[in-house]
Design a protein around this ligand. Structure first.
Ligand code: ADP
Length: 512
């Protein structure tokens, strides 16, 4: 059994354990990949927002190019776009003479805007000349200008694409807050989903707009500068569960699953181990049974053939001796018959083929009958054989022959497992709703742990005095099966060295 245990451990638990640890390792790897993928996705979202503002400004630039320096058309264009404060045209070499176009409503603040933008243009001179180079090369590029200390406007310039040599550069003066609110926000609301909100704010946190229009809660997971409005940032705030939470929950769930799997496996292994153990024990018991039965059969056969031969050869002259030999032969033949009968009955019982002939009977009669038949035999063997019958015993519905067989089996055992104190008592008792038949001996008794097993088929106590007592191990299991077929129970009270009492309890026959 130990070997089987070890084998089970090696072929099941070890590989599974290895697999589980491997799986745990893989899990954390997968989670890392997952986190990276997720982060990449968030970054992509920010990228796409930037790309979107870039597209918008590019489309404006196209439009302005098309309008071809027509003041009135440019004015109209500004008027349509609240996010544009002004459009200006300039030559990279003459920043001071830049031409500004304003819509009517901003005319009042136009001078201050002009001076601010001009100073910004001056401080970005290098960039302006680079754009002029691009213009010469024939391609257009949008560039934001660094606007130090000014947060309520943004300036984006691009190289003009026409042959006009007066102006080489065009620019937008943008109201960034309007741009974010009117142009970006609808887009942000489109992109953002349940799990995150997109946030746009200026560097000083004086202006904050979020895609769900509420005060955002939670920490900003990623934040990127806006390409064209560099003093503004776009960020992502995870709402609800963060990816770490998700991963942690997933890992915990996986661990719980693995733990349950492991427990189920361990339970299965224990179950298999127990089943195998039981089967092996039963196989062992069966092997013992075969050898026990052969032994049981061989002894009476040997005696019968020995005495029969002796008689046949007429070697016994003394009549009394002859009578004794005949009686031994008949006794042993009886014993053989009993053994064969009980094996047949046992086989029938096992196959569920045994039929009982139920009728109302008085157990006193059954016990009395058995007593009469066996008292001579038992007394001959030196037993004190007693009966204590309760009068007016209620009748029970039973098969008299089967019940006799059960009681005889118990008496047989009482005789077999008695040592020096040879006493067997039969008793009938009425309990009101049942009738008890007790068989008591003062024999070797049964230890508490074996008391549970003696009714199992093929089981024989394998230690102590009874080593030399013959038996098949099916007697008590047969008794139990008979009693249970009668809806009765069998109890055992025993103390090693003091003796045993087997108690058959049958329900009284209510039809009587
Ligand atoms: P067996 O053919 O071995 O007697 P049983 O099924 O009748 O088979 O009994 C099972 C075992 O229970 C016996 O081997 C014996 O160890 C124990 N046993 C049964 N009856 C008694 C008893 N009266 N006293 C002590 N041990 C008993």
């Amino acid at each position: 059994m130990k070997k089987i245990g070890i084998v089970l451990l090696i072929i099941i638990i070890l590989p599974i354990g290895f697999l589980i640890f491997n799986e745990i390792g893989k899990l954390s790897e997968t989670e890392k990949v997952l986190e990276e993928t997720y982060n990449n996705q968030l970054q992509t979202i920010l990228f796409s927002v930037n790309q979107y503002s870039d597209d918008i400004l590019n489309s404006w630039a196209n439009k302005v190019n098309e309008l071809n320096e027509d003041d009135q058309l440019l004015k109209n264009f500004i008027n349509e776009n609240l996010a544009i404060k002004s459009i200006f045209l300039l030559n990279d070499e003459k920043i001071e003479s830049a031409k500004f176009i304003f819509d009517e409503k901003l005319i009042s603040s136009s001078d201050s805007i002009k001076s601010v933008v001009k100073s910004i243009l001056v401080s970005n001179k290098d960039l302006i000349s680079r754009l002029a180079e691009y213009q010469k090369a024939g391609y257009r590029k949008l560039e934001p200008l660094q606007v130090n200390n000014v947060s309520d406007l943004a300036v984006v310039v691009f190289s003009k694409q026409n042959d006009n040599k007066v102006y080489t550069i065009t620019g937008f003066v943008i109201n960034p807050q309007e741009f974010v609110r009117k142009i970006l926000l609808p887009r942000l609301q489109q992109i953002s989903q349940e799990n995150f909100i997109i946030l746009v704010r200026d560097n000083e946190n004086r202006f904050i707009v979020s895609s769900n229009n509420t005060n955002y809660s939670g920490q900003v997971e990623f934040e990127k500068q806006m390409w064209l409005i560099p003093h503004y940032k776009i960020g992502i705030v995870l709402t609800g569960e963060t990816i770490q939470d998700l991963i942690r929950n997933r890992a915990t769930n996986n661990m719980i699953l693995i733990a349950i799997l492991l427990l189920v496996l361990i339970a299965a292994v224990i179950f298999v181990y127990r089943a195998v153990k039981k089967e092996l024990e039963l196989a062992q018991l069966k092997a013992d049974f075969v050898s026990n039965v052969s032994h049981e059969l061989r002894t009476p056969l040997a005696l019968i053939s020995m005495f029969a031969e002796t008689l046949e050869l007429d070697r016994v002259k003394n009549d009394e001796k002859k009578k004794e030999y005949y009686s031994i032969i008949s006794q042993e033949a009886n014993r053989l018959g009993r053994i064969v009968n009980s094996i047949l009955n046992f086989a029938k019982m096992e196959a569920g083929k045994r039929k009982f002939n139920f009728e109302s009977i008085n157990l006193n009669d059954v016990v009395e009958n058995i007593y009469q038949t066996y008292s001579y035999h038992l007394q001959n063997k030196g037993f004190k054989f007693e009966k204590q019958l309760t009068e007016n015993l209620p009748e029970v519905n039973a098969d008299a022959e089967a019940i006799s067989e059960a009681i005889i089996n118990l008496i047989d055992n009482a005789v077999k497992y008695s040592a020096d104190l040879k006493e067997v008592t039969l008793k009938t008792i009425s309990t009101g709703n049942g009738v008890i038949v007790e068989v008591t001996d003062k024999g070797i008794g049964i230890s508490p742990e074996d008391q549970k097993k003696v009714f199992d088929k093929f089981f024989r106590v394998s230690s102590g005095l009874i080593h030399n007592v013959k038996g098949t191990g099916i007697g008590l299991s047969l008794v139990k099966q008979i009693i249970e077929a009668h809806k009765g129970t069998i109890e055992l009270v025993s103390e090693p060295g003091k003796g045993s009492t087997f108690r058959i309890i049958l329900p009284i026959d209510l039809n009587n």
